[in-house]
Design a protein around this ligand. Structure first.
Ligand SMILES: [Zn+2]
Length: 113
């Protein structure tokens, strides 16, 4: 389950931040997760609870913002967002889409003490 290693790297980022910004308790972590990041959200939440146990983020709430797949539709010549990688443009139905985003996985913000 690679969500476990994702959470481990999230915790190490949080711990580095804790040293740099001298906080010692994390109450909430907000993540941005792209639709193409390949992350199972339920597994992510479970792993987060396991990995944060006994850490600075013990008991922290995990808030996930799901980002859509974004792309550039060539016939429309504008940015669009679609639900999945191989969806057609919602406006013109074209598949000539250049994917520009949707693989994000990053900490958006944290609430700390
Ligand atoms: Zn289009």
């Amino acid at each position: 389950m690679h969500e476990m290693s994702i959470c481990e790297s999230i915790i190490s980022v949080i711990e580095q931040q804790a040293v740099a910004q001298s906080f010692d308790k994390v109450n909430m972590v907000r993540l941005e997760v792209g639709a193409m990041a390949g992350v199972e959200l339920e597994a992510l939440r479970f792993s987060f609870d396991v990995v944060t146990r006994g850490s600075i983020a013990d008991g922290a709430k995990l808030d996930v913002i799901e980002l859509p797949v974004t792309g550039w539709c060539m016939p429309c010549a504008r940015a669009i967002s679609v639900r999945e990688r191989y969806d057609a443009c919602p406006d013109c139905g074209s598949y000539q889409i250049q994917i520009t985003g949707g693989e994000e996985l990053r900490i958006k913000e944290m609430e700390v003490d």
